[in-house]
Each structure stands twice: as structure tokens, then as C-alpha cells.
Unconditional design. Structure first.
Lengths: 331, 299
């Protein structure tokens, strides 16, 4: 089966005071058609930078892809010009952002913002575009569509706006949707509704989704495959069952422990001590998680663990596993 | 009523566009509305000048030199025997033409340069801003004199002045627009627009500029006041509108004669009052627009 998206050894750096610091460092993964892949990690792990790299929407002049390949449906797109990317963006790959309150343009009506993407990629009349916009709004569960279509964003709640962002993202039936923390800014109840909607649309349109989140609970509900990222690198990758029943990387285990659970009563939720190192303070060699790791060993400081398969379809980058120790020549 | 019900009730009424809200607020602002009425009256009077009076504005009449106001000539006559009221109307034409045209040019150039520099950033920004700084640092007076000598005779003195003022004044405007674009493009809706395949030109025109339109409108209004002052100043110094075309500035020119200044106030007070009131009303309109367009002061 052809892959929807294949990212190989992607490196994305930021130019800070004339020097390049990598926020995404040698990341490889792939997304199969019709699958939902979760990318999980704390804030500052490089998840957004990774998705902006795929879309080539990094801040101009500061952020750039410095190495690796991005293949979309078998075609290398990492060297596409802005014009070529504009053909793809919104049509074949769409994106939803974290902040529904600022993702809509305040001076245009809801309808005109949905029509815009349709007219960007289709040669149809405004009336037809409006017709499609109405259908899309229905599809994402907006009530009173005929009124809301002519309203301005400032009167809508966050949940409603995120539904509209979803309507915009799926307007041209893209094969791949990148959702960057689509529910982080929303209330818990609204969160669940939005996730449900994403799932429903994914099944209807049979598209692939990359779901970025820092919440493993979201992953459990929706994803097929999971990638755990830490400080610009993938530390664990497997399917959702193995991840929850058999997590291997110490970072993953700590993330698990910090999910609130209904079946076990705990007084305090375990949170992970310390913070993700900033780009400038990233260790050059060794494991980036070492400072916060309960199982750290002396060699973690000198040997950079590499992502290796420990069992079938389960990759981990940690020196606790022979396979990750590149110095011993195991691959 | 639960919170959800209340929200429902709120959204029941059709939401007015941000422009409608701003217009309603502006109309409620008394000072701004009076100023707008005054300015429009002055503009209409100047346009209709030939229908209001048929007196000559150029021909010198030695029998009528420096006559005080009378029923014959409402504002008296100047040192060349020309009717001051008639000249005031025609002068309004020149001064307002300079103000409005310069405002248009400055806004167009300033917005284009500022928006392109701010949106694209990097090298484009560096070069455009370097050029802007260069234009801003240009010694104004020297430029005026040089351009005057080059352009004189080729186009009318009024247009020379408009070109000079416009070329030298868009720099500050471009800077303001650039800094607003820099701030505005950080909003996620710009990223969202890029993510649905909008081209840069469209993002600037359709997404960024409408969102900073309030700043552009307010700045443009104030620019009109600034250019009218510049016109008056230059004309007063004899560097602006040539004497054969009356403007409020070159009517003031006569006040340089101390006898006129002290004894024949009817000659210079009308243009001085006109300039002052027009500038004041433009500034009040600007303030009113600023208030009306400011989303934070929106109810
Ligand atoms: N425009 C930028 N300039 C410099 N550094 C940036 C920029 N955007 C992100 N970074 C850095 O890249 C790292 C990853 O950020 P990000 O991808 O936003 O994390 P997250 O996983 O929370 O989405 C962070 O250390 C952040 O400081
Ligand atoms: Mg992020």
C-alpha cells in the first residue's frame, strides 16, 4: 500500500542570532491512508514545528528545513516552491490550529471564509461555493446554518469556531489533515464533541489525520498509531494498544502516570519534574531526557540513543534497550 | 436562564459587521460629526466657487486696493485690489486639492511599501526600510527647491507641490503600516489563510489590510491635516503654490507686510482662520474615527 505521508530524517532549524538550532532533529515516521497518527509530547517538544515543516509554513527567514525528505503520496515535496505548495495546501493537506479564537479573520463572515478555500481550489461560481459552505456547516454540526453563515466570528464560542475551522479544513476533501492541538483551548465537554466530530469525518471522507496533542487521553480515544516526541526527537513509536499496555520509554511511562484516571483514586496527579530543554540548551550528545529520567545511567550522558525496533512494530530510543545503543553496533 | 440560553439569545440577533458597529459609534460622536459637516461644507463651497461669485481672482485693480469689508466685498480686498472672499473660495480649492491628493498618494505608497516590507520580512524588509529611511532623511527644503526648479514650467505649480510633499512624506506612513503588519501577521488567521493555499498578494490585500484598515484610515486623515499645513507653510515662504493660483498659504504671504499685519487684518485673518478650523476639524474627525474603529472601545 502506498503511504500517505513519509517523513525521513527531517531536520528543522531556527536561526537565532546567526546560529541554527534544531527544533526537529532527525525525525522519521510515516502515515498510512485512512489512519490517525497521534504525535504526543509536552509543550516545546517540536510538534508544531514538525507540522509546519510538512506544510512549509515555517516563519520566513527564521525557520528552515535543513535536511531530510518529506514525501506526500510518493512525491517529494520538501523542495516545492511556495506556488507549488499553494496548490497542495488546503486541497490535499489541510491544517487545524490550536487557537480557534484567533484562527478566523475577524472582519469577514463565516460564510465568506469557507467560500474562500473552495474558490481557491475550484473553478465554480460564488453561489455554488455558498451552497457547498452550507452543506459543510451542516456536516460539522453547526445549528441554524442559514443565519450563522452570514455572521462574524466574534459572536461564536470557541467550540463553534473550531467546528468552523474543521469545515474549512475539510472543504476540499483533503487526503491528509494535520490537527495541531485542536482541542487544547476548549472545555472538556466541548473537547469530546470535537474529537467525535473529527473521528466521524475521518470515517466519512476516509482521510488520514495527524493528531498533535499533549494529552494521552485524546490519543487513546482516536489514534491508530502513536509517536512520542521529546525535545525534537521521537523517543517511542508504536500502535495505540502496545503504547497503553506496554509503554517502554521512561518518558512515555511518566506521561502515562500523569493522565487523570477515574478508576483509581489518587490524591495528587504525578507530574513530570523539570522542563523540556530550550533549543539553546539542548545537549549535543547523550539522551535529551536524561536530566529528568528516573532510570538515567552514566552512559546516558555520552551515548545518543537511537530509535530502534525492540519488538514487532514498537520502536524506542533509550539505552535501557540494547538495540538503541549504537556504539555496540546493533541495528 | 442558563448561560447557554443567554448565549443562544445573544446570537439570535444578526451580528452587525465590524464596519457597521464603527459607523454607529462615529455617528454618535458629536464633535466628529460637527467637524465632518464643517469640512464637507468647506469642500462643497470651494467646488461651487464659480457659481457663488463671479469676481476675478487674478486681475489687479488699483482702484480697489486694501478696501475693508463692505456689502460690495464681504471680506474686503487685498493689497492688489482683489476680492478676499472670492480668493478664499478658490484658495480652498488649491489647499484642499493638495491635502486630499497628497493624502491619497501618501496612503497608497506608504501602505504598499509598509505592507510588503512587513509581510515578507527578511531581505525585502531590509531594503525597503533602508529606502524609506533614506527618503525620510532627505533634507526637505533642498528637495523642494530642486524639484521646483526641475518641474517648473513642465507641470502646474500646484502639482509640483503635490509631488514634492507626497514623495517626502510617505516614509512615516510606511513605517506605521509595517509595524502594524508585523504585529498582525502573528495572528493565527494569517497562518490559517496560508494553510488553505492563499497567495501572498491575496493574504495582504484580503486578510491583513482590512484588519489594519482602522490604523490606515486614521493615519490618512491626520496626513491630510499635515499636508495642508505643509502647503500653507511652503506657500507662505514662497516655495509652494505660485502666487497666480490663490491658496490659503499664499494668501497669508501678504501678512509679511507689517502694515497689513497690523492695520489690514481682513486680508490675512480669513485664510488663517480657515486653515486653523480645517486642521482642527480634520483632527477631530481623526480622533472620532480612532475611537469608532478601536475594537477595544466597542460595546
Ligand atoms: N519562531 C521561532 N523562533 C525560534 N524558536 C522557535 C520558534 N518557534 C518554535 N521555536 C522553538 O522550537 C521548539 C519547539 O516548539 P514547538 O514546535 O512550538 O513545540 P510544541 O511541541 O509545543 O508544538 C521550542 O523550543 C520553541 O522555543
Ligand atoms: Mg504547539
Amino acid at each position: 500500500m502506498d503511504l500517505m505521508l513519509e517523513v525521513k530524517n527531517l531536520k528543522t532549524g531556527f536561526d537565532i542570532d546567526g546560529q541554527i538550532y534544531h527544533a526537529v532533529d532527525d525525525v522519521s515516521f510515516s502515515v498510512e491512508p485512512g489512519k490517525i497518527v497521534g504525535i504526543v509530547g509536552e509543550s516545546g517538544c517540536g510538534k508544531s514545528v514538525m507540522s509546519l515543516s510538512v506544510m512549509q509554513l515555517l516563519p520566513k527567514g527564521i525557520g528552515q528545513i535543513t535536511g531530510g525528505e518529506i514525501k506526500f503520496q510518493g512525491k517529494n515535496i520538501e523542495n516545492y516552491t511556495n506556488n507549488q505548495m499553494n496548490q497542495i495546501r488546503g486541497k490535499d493537506i489541510s491544517m487545524i490550529f490550536q487557537e480557534p479564537m484567533t484562527s478566523l479573520n475577524p472582519v469577514f463572515t463565516i460564510g465568506s471564509q469557507i467560500e474562500e478555500i473552495i474558490l481557491n481550489h475550484n473553478k465554480i461560481s460564488k453561489a455554488e461555493a455558498r451552497e457547498r459552505a452550507i452543506n459543510l456547516l451542516r456536516q460539522v454540526g453547526i445549528p441554524r446554518v442559514e443565519t450563522i453563515i452570514d455572521e462574524y466570528p466574534h459572536q461564536l464560542s470557541g467550540g463553534m469556531r473550531q467546528r468552523i475551522m474543521i469545515a474549512i479544513a475539510i472543504a476540499c476533501q483533503p487526503q491528509l489533515l494535520i490537527a495541531d492541538e485542536p482541542t487544547t483551548a476548549l472545555d472538556v465537554t466541548v473537547q469530546a464533541q470535537i474529537l467525535e466530530l473529527l473521528k466521524k469525518i475521518q470515517e466519512q471522507n476516509n482521510m488520514s489525520i495527524i493528531l498533535i496533542t499533549h494529552d494521552l487521553g485524546v490519543v487513546a480515544e482516536l489514534c491508530d498509531e502513536v509517536i512520542i516526541m521529546y525535545a525534537g526527537k521521537i523517543v517511542e513509536r508504536t500502535n495505540v494498544d502496545k503504547l497503553f499496555y506496554d509503554p517502554q520509554h521512561p518518558y512515555t511511562k511518566l506521561l502515562m502516570a500523569s493522565i487523570p484516571r477515574l478508576d483509581i483514586e489518587v490524591d495528587t496527579l504525578e507530574t513530570i519534574q523539570g522542563i523540556v530543554p530550550s533549543l539553546k540548551n539542548m545537549p549535543k550528545v547523550g539522551c535529551r531526557f536524561m536530566d529528568r529520567c528516573p532510570s538515567a545511567m552514566p552512559q546516558c550522558k555520552t551515548i545518543t540513543p537511537k530509535l530502534a525496533e525492540i519488538t514487532d512494530n514498537h520502536e524506542v530510543a533509550c539505552l535501557l534497550f540494547e538495540a538503541s545503543n549504537s556504539e555496540k553496533g546493533v541495528s | 436562564m442558563t448561560l447557554a440560553d443567554k448565549q443562544e439569545a445573544l446570537t439570535q440577533q444578526k451580528s452587525p459587521s465590524p464596519w457597521t458597529i464603527a459607523r454607529r459609534k462615529f455617528v454618535k460622536n458629536k464633535l466628529a460629526m460637527i467637524s465632518l459637516t464643517f469640512l464637507l461644507t468647506v469642500i462643497i463651497l470651494s467646488i461651487l466657487a464659480p457659481y457663488i461669485t463671479t469676481k476675478d481672482i487674478v486681475r489687479i485693480d488699483f482702484t480697489q486696493i486694501s478696501q475693508p469689508p463692505s456689502s460690495e466685498s464681504w471680506l474686503g480686498t487685498d493689497t492688489n485690489g482683489r476680492d478676499v472672499f472670492t480668493r478664499m473660495l478658490y484658495a480652498g480649492r488649491s489647499s484642499l486639492t493638495v491635502g486630499l491628493t497628497c493624502m491619497l498618494f501618501i496612503t497608497l505608497i506608504g501602505t504598499a511599501v509598509g505592507a510588503i516590507a512587513g509581510y515578507f520580512g527578511g531581505k525585502v524588509d531590509q531594503w525597503l526600510m533602508r529606502f524609506t529611511d533614506f527618503m525620510l532623511m532627505f533634507p526637505f527644503m533642498i528637495f523642494v527647491i530642486v524639484l521646483n526648479t526641475i518641474l517648473v514650467g513642465k507641470i502646474s505649480g500646484l502639482w509640483t507641490l503635490i509631488i514634492v510633499i507626497s514623495l517626502l512624506s510617505w516614509g512615516g506612513f510606511a513605517r506605521v503600516v509595517r509595524s502594524k503588519v508585523l504585529a498582525e501577521k502573528e495572528n493565527e488567521y494569517v497562518l490559517a489563510a496560508q494553510s488553505i493555499g492563499c497567495k501572498p498578494y491575496k493574504i495582504i490585500m484580503k486578510h491583513l489590510l482590512p484588519n489594519i484598515a482602522s490604523i490606515i484610515i486614521v493615519q490618512a486623515t491626520l496626513m491630510m491635516a499635515v499636508t495642508i499645513v505643509a502647503e500653507s507653510g511652503l506657500s507662505f515662504l514662497g516655495l509652494g503654490v505660485p502666487p497666480d493660483t490663490p491658496s490659503w498659504g499664499n494668501m497669508l504671504f501678504e501678512a509679511r507686510n507689517s502694515d497689513v499685519l497690523k492695520e489690514k487684518v481682513w486680508i490675512w485673518v480669513p485664510p488663517a482662520v480657515a486653515i486653523t478650523l480645517v486642521i482642527l476639524s480634520i483632527n477631530f474627525i481623526g480622533e472620532g474615527l480612532k475611537d469608532a474603529l478601536n475594537p477595544k472601545s466597542r460595546r
